[in-house]
Design a binder for this molecule. Structure first.
Ligand SMILES: [Zn+2]
Length: 250
């Protein structure tokens, strides 16, 4: 079905998000992500940084779609998500997946890391987990739990605080690091079940640890790259002992 009034849908979403964030809902989070993603895409377009290399876009989409099919098999609720995948030439970007399955992958990041297809699959599978496991929704719920005062504000104000209020971000750090760990390990297992060799997937983390001068230090949002590599390698070695699933995706 085509939507004759796409702007109307965005306006309705915007007003919905201006209401109080007493109990944040899945619909609010997806609508909020849609607004942020659309703004990010329009910005990239205006700077001529969007989807400039058709071969790279096709490579990312082909690998991501295989993983999304696997996500649908494992989590049928994700079949309802309106997945969208774009690439960017923004040198500041790496990769992200917002609530509802809105993804952006930096060509520059993948080139700098010199990722092969299995390593790119690991990056994408990690990002896909954030949408599958509803990490944005859970982060907002955690923010409301530790700062009940935020319930008085609109969802948009809550979203802004979670992204920009440094005091709140520091309080959410441990929770976010745990979500990143979960995206690493669940992402590795899902991509392996989709047919990718586990140790080749884990190679992504080895490259991450090699190029990062701060590889042994945790950041506010991510565990130390060296620890991510150690955990991924251990899991991959265990998975490769098991019979590989017979769903080749390459
Ligand atoms: Zn992540």
């Amino acid at each position: 079905m085509t939507n004759k009034y796409p702007h109307l849908a965005l306006i309705v979403a915007f007003f919905m998000l201006c209401m109080s964030a007493q109990a944040v809902t899945r619909e609010e989070v997806v609508a909020g992500a849609e607004l942020l993603y659309r703004a990010r895409i329009v910005e990239a377009q205006s700077k001529f940084q969007l989807d400039n290399d058709p071969a790279f876009l096709a490579r990312v989409q082909r690998i991501a779609l295989g993983l999304i099919e696997q996500a649908k098999r494992e989590h049928p609720v994700t079949a309802a998500l309106d997945w969208e995948i774009h690439t960017s030439d923004d040198p500041e970007e790496s990769a992200f997946c917002m609530a509802g399955g809105k993804m952006l992958v930096s060509h520059n990041y993948v080139n700098t890391m010199d990722l092969n297809n299995a390593e790119l699959a690991m990056l994408l599978s990690h990002e896909i987990q954030h949408a599958v496991l509803e990490h944005n929704l859970k982060e907002f719920q955690e923010a409301l739990r530790i700062e009940p005062n935020l319930q008085k504000y609109s969802f948009l104000a809550l979203e802004d605080a979670v992204d920009h209020d440094e005091t709140l971000m520091a309080k959410l750090s441990k929770f976010n690091v745990e979500q990143e760990n979960q995206a690493d390990l669940e992402g590795l297992q899902m991509a392996w079940r989709a047919g990718w060799p586990a140790l080749k997937l884990a190679g992504f983390f080895q490259k991450l640890a090699r190029i990062d001068p701060m590889a042994h230090f945790d950041s506010l949002e991510h565990p130390a790259p060296a620890r991510r590599w150690q955990a991924a390698r251990k899991l991959a070695e265990e998975l490769d002992q098991i019979k590989a699933p017979a769903v080749p995706m390459r």
